[in-house]
Write a protein that binds this ligand. Sequence first.
Ligand code: SAM
Length: 303
Amino acid sequence: MSKPKTQLQHIIEPAIIPNESPSNRPKKNTEDVITQWSTAIPEYQTYKAGTFEYPVGSFYDFPAGIKMIIKQNGEEREVMDSCEAPWSLLTARELSDGFKKGPLKIIECGFGLGILSTAMMWELAGIPSDKPHEYYIIELNNEVVKQAQQWAKNIIPIILRMTPPGLPHIKPPEIRITIIHGEASTELNKLAQSPKQKDTIDLIASDTYPVETTTKGLNDLGSLPAVCALLKPLTGRFAYYPYTPGPQREIQRIQEELVDNFFRKSTKNWADVNPNPDYQYLRKEDGLPVRRLKVMVCKDPYK
Ligand SMILES: C[S@@+](CC[C@H](N)C(=O)[O-])C[C@H]1O[C@@H](n2cnc3c(N)ncnc32)[C@H](O)[C@@H]1O
C-alpha cells in the first residue's frame, strides 16, 4: 500500500519521471551539466599526515590520504576524500547488518574512490550464498568508470584472500560486479521499469555529488520512487550521504521529511572523521572541520 503523497513528494516527482516523451527530457542545462561531468578528467591529490590545532589549544591528528577533484566550469569541486572512509565503512556495515544468507542484489550510485564498494565486497564475502551475489555500480564520469572496471577485475581475489568474518571454513560466495556507465537517476528509473529488477534489490547505496548546485543535499534523494520500486518489500534498505556543506538544520529537515515519505523506518548512526583541514567540503560554517558524519539507513520501503 502506498502512502498518500505529500506536497514535497509532488515537488520532486516531475524531476524523476522517466523521460520518454520530448517534453519530459531533462532540460538542456541539466543535459549540459551531466555531459560536462561525464567527460571531465578527475584529478587526485595525495597529502601527508598532519595535526589540526583548534584555536583553544586542543588538536587532532589526521592520516595521510587522497582527495579526488573534478573541475566544473573551471572551478575545482572536491568530490571525495579518503578521510571520509569511516563513513563508507560504517554505511557498508549498517546496510548489510543482519543478512545471514545470500544471494544479495545491490546497487551503488557513485564509485568515487571505491571505498564504499570495497567495504561492501568485504561485507558480501562474509554472507554465505549458493548463488552469486550481484553488485551493480552506476557511475557517470567516463574516467571513474574505467577505474571502477579495473577495480572490479582485481578486488574479488584480494577480498577472498582475507577470509572475511564468518567464513573461515565455508566456500566463499561468488560476487558478480556490473558497472553501469550512466547518470544515477536515469539508470535507476530505467531499472525500476524492468519487471526483472522491480522488487528484487536488497540494498541501494547512493553517494553521488550535486553536479547541479541546485540539487545540493538532495542529489541522492531525487529518485526515491524508483529506489522504492526496486527494493524488496519489507527487507529492502537504502543509504544516502546526508552531509552537505553550509547550514545543516534546514537541509536535514527536508532530507528526513523526504525519506519519511518513502520508508517506514530508518536508523541513524555517526562515523567519526579526522579530516585534513585543507578539505574545504568538510568545513563547518564556523570554519572548523566536521568531526562526525551521519550514517542513515532507510528500511521497509512503502510500495
Ligand atoms: C562522493 S563520490 C563517491 C564516493 C564513494 N562512496 C567512496 O566511498 O569512495 C561521488 C561519485 O559519484 C559520481 N557521480 C556524481 N553524480 C553522479 C550521478 N548523477 N550519477 C552517477 N554518478 C555520479 C562522481 O563522478 C563520483 O565518482
